[in-house]
Design a protein around this ligand. Structure first.
Ligand SMILES: [Ca+2]
Ligand SMILES: [Ca+2]
Ligand SMILES: [Ca+2]
Ligand SMILES: [Ca+2]
Length: 181
């Protein structure tokens, strides 16, 4: 298990060397999230701003609800830092340790069954769909993720030190990771 700080450093490096096409219409700054301007992003602020600006981006498969298919597609896109539709080992480890490290141990080798050192979406989904990952985000267990549920799930991961708020350094570490995919 590598530390979150190492993951953040890795992500920053990856993002820096990868020419990311930023076609988002929304690109918020810290001040846009910190609605009461007290220097930290509280849970309520995060969920409200996320719901308004980003929730629809996670509903990628065109339907009325955000379900596990949407969730896993977007998580895959987030972990696939260079957006080449192929998840190399380093992308997997960074995403896994950061998002998912509290769950079960899943070895990259066991997922990449043909040993080509790349995970395609289907390989990724086949492993994670049988875990509790999605189920734990779906707080009311109705099989869909509401904007509140998704926002809360992301908030808890982004709040690395579990202080109940996202401080500026936490925000900087993971801003691009979440808001450019
Ligand atoms: Ca605030
Ligand atoms: Ca990739
Ligand atoms: Ca739900
Ligand atoms: Ca925090």
């Amino acid at each position: 298990m590598i530390s979150t700080r190492m993951i953040a450093k890795f992500l920053t490096a990856m993002i820096a060397i990868t020419s990311i096409s930023c076609d988002r219409s929304t690109n918020l700054s810290f001040e846009d999230w910190d609605l009461d301007n007290n220097g930290t992003i509280e849970q309520r602020e995060f969920v409200d701003v996320f719901s308004e600006h980003y929730y629809d981006d996670w509903n990628t498969v065109n339907n009325e609800y955000l379900d596990d298919e949407d969730f896993y597609h977007t998580v895959y896109n987030v972990w696939d830092i260079d957006d080449d539709e192929a998840m190399i080992r380093e992308e997997w480890i960074a995403g896994y340790d950061y998002f998912y490290g509290d769950y079960v141990v899943v070895n990259y080798e066991d997922i990449d069954v043909n040993n080509d050192e790349v995970l395609l979406y289907d390989e990724f989904y086949n492993v994670l769909r049988d875990t509790d990952f999605y189920h734990d985000w779906d707080l009311n267990k109705d099989a869909y993720l509401s904007d509140e549920e998704l926002g809360l799930g992301l908030f808890h991961i982004w709040d690395v030190d579990n202080s109940g708020k996202i401080e500026y350094d936490e925000y900087v570490d993971f801003d691009l990771y979440y808001t450019d995919f």
